[in-house]
Each structure stands twice: as C-alpha cells, then as structure tokens.
Design a protein around this ligand. Structure first.
Ligand SMILES: [Zn+2]
Length: 142
C-alpha cells in the first residue's frame, strides 16, 4: 500500500475515520495524530493538498453525485478514487476468465473443455454489459 498523503510505502496501514477510508504511512499517522490533538487545529486534520476543480456533467450525473455524497462531495470523491486505485475492485475481463479457468480446473475439466468455456465467456463480453451479467448471476439459482 502507498500512503495517500506522501506516497511513502513505510509501514502503511489503512483505517477508518468515521466511515472514510484513510491510508497512511507511519510518519503521516504521527502527523495526523499530533495535529488532531494539538490545540491549534480544531476539527479534522488535513488529508493532503487541496486543489479546486471545476467539473461539467449532465444533470443526471449531478443528481447521482448529490444522492451518493449525502452533503459531502469531497468525501465521495476520495472514496471513488480509493476504489478506482484498488485492483481488487476494478473489473477486468482477464481476471474474470482467470476465475472461470481456475473453477474449471478445480472441477477437473479437460484442457479442451476449458478452452471452449473460456472462449464462450470471452464472446459474451462484447454482447452483455457488466451490469447485465451481474444481474443475470444475481437472478440465477446458483
Ligand atoms: Zn505518508
């Protein structure tokens, strides 16, 4: 893991303040803790550099953002950025094929059958969206 404040990898851990995910190295944790307890800084310590952003989006995207943000757009953006940077949460067609391949191997499928299966899944990528595929699975009896 990489520190979200200084990009160091020295003893980095992730934790939550309220329901916001924070990823900090040991030095930034000390800074955070000392700034939090210092008399000078009332309220939240700084999570890093602040930059102003102007963003143009369709009305429905803004509606979605306001609904998700619940009054705190910065927090929503930090969460989305963390999510996007986490390889675990990013959708990947090859990762999906990898899971299928491992499952088929675990069941003792022959090499030939695995090839047929992964090709069949691969062909669906162009036809069915990730959302539709998820819905298909959720509604299936499996
Ligand atoms: Zn740091």
């Amino acid at each position: 893991m990489v520190c979200m404040s200084c990009e160091s990898t020295n003893d980095v851990i992730d934790f939550y303040i309220e329901d916001e995910k924070i990823i900090l190295c040991v030095d930034c944790r000390v800074k955070l803790w000392t700034s939090k307890t210092s008399v000078k800084s009332a309220g939240r310590p700084s999570l890093g550099k602040t930059k102003k952003v102007s963003l143009t989006l369709p009305e429905e995207d803004w509606e979605w953002i306001e609904e998700q943000a619940k009054g705190n757009r910065s927090k929503l953006l930090r969460r989305l950025i963390n999510q996007e940077q986490s390889p675990e949460s990013r959708w990947d067609n090859n990762a999906c094929l990898g899971y299928a391949l491992l499952g088929a191997k675990a069941l003792g499928y022959r090499e030939e059958d695995i090839k047929v299966l992964t090709r069949a899944i691969y062909n669906q990528f162009d036809i069915i969206s990730v959302t539709e595929a998820k819905e298909k699975y959720n509604k299936s009896p499996f």
